[in-house]
Design a protein around this ligand. Structure first.
Ligand SMILES: Cc1cc2nc3c(=O)[nH]c(=O)nc-3n(C[C@H](O)[C@H](O)[C@H](O)COP(=O)(O)OP(=O)(O)OC[C@H]3O[C@@H](n4cnc5c(N)ncnc54)[C@H](O)[C@@H]3O)c2cc1C
Length: 265
């Protein structure tokens, strides 16, 4: 087991178990001894492939990351088996802090990964949680039973109308906010979606916390890959307040590619 004060150093961990959440997403449980808060991420090293950031999706004794297969590193992760080994650094970054009593949690696709443990922790201390969870299609939803257990209201949207509200989760949230108010909105998903939720939060005067996903190489504020208007997503984020996001010119408009070029979202 690694020493808790050496968490910034890479360590090799053994995969204990793998759960297929849907055809593109797997949760990898591994043996490691660290404490993380919801929203924090680890840098995951796949030997001979790459090192990529992944939110910690299970924070209990058995730690887990939930991986969507989108490219080289994630497809390699999705091919691993129990008993295989990966490298881990962290946990890194800022985290969600549910300070209000009534929470609106908004997730887009794999954005549910850091929000599910937040919901569990908040539910355990008596917070009232309404979830709006959007995916492209019914088959891309995940953790549904886990989420039912910790939300007062579970609202689903799918872009193709295969389950729940037919349309984007931001339109669903707009409808929800016409009927109810909340102390706080907590959000993770594609940045375009977060931008729409940030605009709705501002319009309705509700404080927001949102986790940004940016290209990341070092995860500790050195390489500048995840720079956004003077901030680094790896150390100043990934979770930012709505107030900070509203001051970032690139938020919802530009990201940086693997070479550091500023490209439109
Ligand atoms: C803080 C944070 C937490 C994340 N948590 C999760 C999670 O819980 N589950 C999950 O499935 N994904 C998560 N991601 C995204 C994940 O890191 C990328 O999908 C992964 O790095 C893609 O690597 P690849 O080699 O498979 O894809 P590539 O073949 O390199 O590219 C596929 C796509 O992923 C983007 N991408 C590539 N490398 C990175 C990188 N290092 N960081 C961000 N985007 C990248 C590319 O721009 C491209 O659009 C998180 C990202 C961040 C920044």
């Amino acid at each position: 087991m690694p020493k808790k004060d050496n968490l910034e150093l890479p360590r090799i961990v053994k995969i204990l178990d793998i759960v297929e959440e849907n055809p593109d997403v797997k949760t990898i449980f591994f043996e490691d001894d660290f404490e993380a808060y919801p929203g924090q991420f680890v840098m995951v090293w796949i030997p001979s492939v790459d090192e990529v950031p992944m939110s910690v999706s299970y924070l209990g004794e058995k730690k887990g990351i939930t991986v969507k297969n989108v490219g080289k590193a994630t497809s390699s992760l999705c091919k691993l088996k129990p008993g295989d080994k990966i490298g881990i650094r962290g946990p890194h970054g800022t985290f969600f802090e549910a300070t209000g009593d009534s929470l609106l949690v908004v997730a887009g696709g794999i954005g549910i990964a850091p929000l599910a443990p937040l919901m569990e922790n908040a539910h355990n201390i008596g917070k009232q949680i309404t979830l709006a969870f959007g995916a492209k299609s019914k088959s891309e939803l995940l953790f549904i039973n886990r989420l039912k257990g910790c939300s007062r209201e579970l609202n689903i949207s799918t872009d193709d109308g295969s389950l729940g509200f037919h349309g984007f989760v931001s339109d669903l949230v707009e409808d929800i906010l016409k009927k109810q108010s909340f102390d706080e909105i907590l959000c993770c998903g594609p940045e375009i979606m977060i931008k729409k939720i940030a605009d709705l939060a501002k319009l309705n005067g509700i404080p927001l916390q949102a986790s940004l996903e940016r290209y990341m190489k070092c995860g500790v504020g050195i390489c500048d890959s995840c720079a956004i208007d003077g901030f680094h997503v790896c150390i100043d984020g990934p979770v930012f307040s709505g107030k900070i996001l509203s001051e970032l010119a690139d938020f919802g408009r530009f990201r940086r590619d693997a070479c550091g070029r500023r490209v439109e979202l």
